[in-house]
Design a protein around this ligand. Structure first.
Ligand SMILES: C[C@H](O)CC(=O)SCCNC(=O)CCNC(=O)[C@H](O)C(C)(C)COP(=O)(O)OP(=O)(O)OC[C@H]1O[C@@H](n2cnc3c(N)ncnc32)[C@H](O)[C@@H]1OP(=O)(O)O
Length: 734
């Protein structure tokens, strides 16, 4: 069974045909596997020695669904060339063929995998198996009958929720809902499935047909009301996206006209969804996210294996340090939390405890598990216990001198093989290590790197791993492995001010402030950026979340490093002077309700805006602001962001352009349905972006034109028609 070929194996045991899906690693339904499954099913039906069929999967998994690679295969056609005739036939034969079928499920049964299992007359799963229809996260809808069978097995409301959120459930929950008929330990899976198949064939147990069942469906009026509610919820969550509505169309058709008509409606809705740009973008993000774990010169070095990281010392128990420590203990990693005095240490420990308790409250973990996680943290006020640490993550304030002193101390206090990392969000890593023996070229330089988490660190999914020119592949590989262990998507980036994510964040904030100085209303800008474009929040609301003090501090690094392309306004300093630091002080660009923390526009902001505009002198006093449409605002904000993203790609700060897409989606909140920053820029077109940047440069005049100056990479793409996502020609990388 070691074959890598997509094929279904066939064997007969005591009158039961066992058909095993095989296509490592997760038995995705490649068209050849589907064809082979169909052939083996027909073989079982025509084999006189066979009474019933058990369908199972190799490689400790049932099936992760249709082979997503096919969606990117130019030869496969739209929708991955899914042949609904064969798929419907497979499920038809599984469900209504001459011999009953039982699915024996372990690992995952997702998408088409679960749909095939639901086509069987019964399902048995192992504990912890993940069952779900996550197609919507790929911009499509279930296409193998899932929109019809899932509501009939688990009820309409639950089925709609599972599809619209793309969230799988565990087998144990599936048992309660009726999605599976039994949960048994792995070693009993096949014997139990064989026994059930035999019982059904002998008439000792009923043979059930999911497609025609109605016992879990509500009456029509109630069902339609549930679908209406689901439509509203989908619109609220997915901001007018089409494919969730197409999914609900198919479900509704089946409720109104029966399962068979529903299947036809599903086929049409699937084809419609598969033709939308959203699908292409989301499939791109799916693969881009997985490819960040493959780093040239690190993960492809023969014989190089990650070393285990059992204990991590975290320096600083503030918001970031405590979040990082939480992420580590949640994955079972021991933590030494160091602070400068007992009071700060107690506060840090308290934050970790609160983070864990909040997970308990949400039902994400038991209080016993939380207590066990907390017991993995040891407090420290000095470096005496640091010999136990396999890695250090420094998370103190962004003060270069302080960080330099800390790393000089760490070099002396830690083992020579201990990884030394900093969670700085912007500072050049070589600068952080400058006071170590020999500085950036000294003996410890190979184990120095950035481990940049995003706040809140135990929640945000991205980890920027910053390599210097000397960081060793071993150290990078160890950190990549740690990242997977703590369930973060890693992006390995090069060393520079701001790395990848904050490099694209600074023009995002600066262009918004520039618009405000031109006289535009910040609240309108936020509404357009969040509501129309789909960012989680606009730049001004984000400033209030992060804090104007932090914004000012971080912004100063960019002003120093990239003076030719920054926009410096009085606005953020004025907010600082007025102690309007954002949410934490109850006022920033917005005012915050002291009880609900809800943000609302604040008329008291007006004098600060006026003062900043006066200082900027971009428009004459009393003159009207430029008449910009919502579309203009989006171009004004996002094209400088693209421009900086292009520099990041061209300089080789990211390994590949798709890494910038992942980073923008997972840390910045750039809409995944647009495929990430560079993917989206290619859809817009480099030519248009360059032309608009030049227009904006002319609009703000020569003093600020540098902010909009298109970089060489962008201009070259505009002139040659080369895709921005293609990355720089190898020789051009710095
Ligand atoms: C008609 C139908 O309705 C349409 C469909 O079925 S569309 C497909 C629906 N299925 C899905 O969306 C599931 C997609 N897969 C996943 O969510 C996750 O891979 C998983 C939860 C199954 C496993 O996650 P995890 O353990 O972190 O492993 P992960 O790294 O993601 O996957 C392992 C490998 O399997 C591949 N893979 C996973 N699911 C795949 C699929 N459906 N098709 C092709 N490859 C797949 C991944 O690309 C990865 O390949 P790599 O090692 O070369 O990078």
């Amino acid at each position: 069974m070691a074959s890598k070929k997509p094929e279904a194996f066939y064997r007969v045991e005591d009158g039961i045909a066992i058909i095993t899906l095989n296509y490592p690693p997760l038995n995705a339904l490649h068209p050849l596997l589907l064809r082979s499954l169909f052939d083996q099913l027909r073989r079982a039906h025509s084999d006189p020695t066979v009474q019933a069929v058990v369908l199972t999967g190799a490689n400790n998994n049932f099936c992760a669904g249709f082979d997503i690679n096919q969606f990117q295969n130019p030869d496969a056609g739209a929708g991955g060339g899914i042949d609904n005739t064969i798929n419907d036939s497979i499920c038809e034969v599984l469900e209504g063929g001459a011999k009953p079928t039982v699915a024996a499920i372990q690992g995952v049964a997702l998408g088409g995998g679960l749909e095939v299992a639901m086509g069987c007359n019964a399902r048995i799963a192992t504990p912890g198996t993940r069952l779900g229809l996550p197609e919507l996260q790929l911009g499509i809808i279930p296409g193998f009958g899932g929109t019809q069978r899932l509501p009939r097995l688990v009820g309409l409301a639950k089925a709609a929720e599972m599809m619209l959120t793309s969230t799988p459930i565990k087998a144990e929950a599936g048992l309660k809902l009726g999605l599976v008929d039994a949960v048994v330990p792995a070693e009993q899976l096949l014997p139990a499935a064989r026994a059930l198949a035999r019982d059904i064939a002998a008439g000792r147990k009923p043979r059930l047909y999911s497609l025609t069942r109605t016992d879990k469906l509500p009456a029509l009026g109630e069902a339609l009301a549930t679908i209406e509610m689901a439509r509203a919820e989908a619109n609220r969550r997915a901001r007018g996206l089409r494919h969730p509505q197409l999914c609900l169309d198919a479900i509704q058709a089946g409720i109104e006209r029966g399962g068979a008509a529903g299947l036809a409606a599903e086929g049409a809705a699937f084809a419609a969804a598969a033709s939308l740009p959203t699908h292409k973008a989301l499939v791109h993000i799916f693969f881009a996210q997985r490819s960040t774990k493959k780093v040239k010169g690190v993960t492809d070095v023969p014989g190089l294996k990650p070393r285990p990281i059992r204990c991590v010392a975290v320096l600083g128990g503030g918001l970031m340090g405590s979040g990082i420590a939480t992420a580590l203990v949640l994955a079972g990693v021991e933590v030494i939390l160091k602070e400068v005095n007992q009071g700060f240490l107690d506060a840090g420990m308290g934050r970790i405890k609160a983070n864990l308790q909040s997970r308990v409250k949400k039902g994400a973990m038991t209080s016993e598990a939380a207590a066990k996680a907390l017991s993995l943290v040891t407090g420290a006020l000095d470096y005496s216990g640091f010999g136990a640490a396999d890695m250090v993550i420094e998370a103190v304030i962004e003060d270069i001198g302080l960080k330099q002193r800390i790393f000089a101390d760490l070099e002396k206090s830690c083992r020579p093989d201990c990884i030394l990392s900093t969670n700085t969000s912007t500072i050049d890593i070589d600068l952080v290590g400058a006071k170590m023996q020999g500085g950036p070229t000294g003996p410890a330089a190979s184990r120095l790197l950035g481990a940049h988490f995003f706040s809140p660190a135990h929640v945000m999914p991205l980890l920027e791993i910053v390599r210097t020119s000397r960081t060793s592949p071993q150290v990078l590989l160890d950190t990549l492995a740690l990242s997977s262990r703590i369930k973060k998507t890693p992006v390995v980036v090069g060393n520079c001010t701001g790395f990848a994510v904050n490099r694209v964040f600074f023009p995002y904030t600066m262009s918004a402030v520039l618009l405000a100085d031109l006289g535009l209303d910040p609240y309108r800008i936020d509404t357009v950026v969040a509501g129309k474009f789909g960012m989680p929040m606009g730049p001004f609301r984000l400033n209030d979340l992060v804090g104007s003090d932090i914004g000012l501090h971080v912004g100063a690094n960019f002003v120093t490093s990239f003076p030719e392309r920054v926009y410096v306004s009085r606005l953020i300093p004025l907010l600082n002077e007025a102690k309007r630091l954002g949410e934490k002080t109850g006022k920033g660009f917005y005012k915050f309700d002291s009880k609900t923390r809800k943000a609302s526009p604040d008329p008291e902001l007006a004098p600060l805006l006026a003062e900043s505009r006066k200082a900027a002198g971009l428009v004459q006093p009393g003159a009207k602001p430029p008449a910009l449409t919502d579309a203009d605002i989006l171009d004004f904000i996002f094209f400088p962001v693209v421009n900086e993203g292009c520099r990041v790609v061209a300089e080789g700060i990211v390994d590949k352009a798709a890494d910038m897409d992942v980073a923008s989606v997972m840390a910045m909140g750039f809409p995944a349905v647009k495929g990430g920053l560079i993917f989206w820029a290619d859809l817009v077109g480099a030519q248009r972006i360059v032309a608009r940047l030049r227009q904006f440069a002319a609009m703000v005049g020569p003093t600020h034109a540098g902010f909009f100056k298109p970089c060489e990479y962008l201009v070259a793409a505009a002139e040659s028609g080369r895709k921005l996502s293609a990355g720089p020609p190898a020789a051009a990388k710095l």
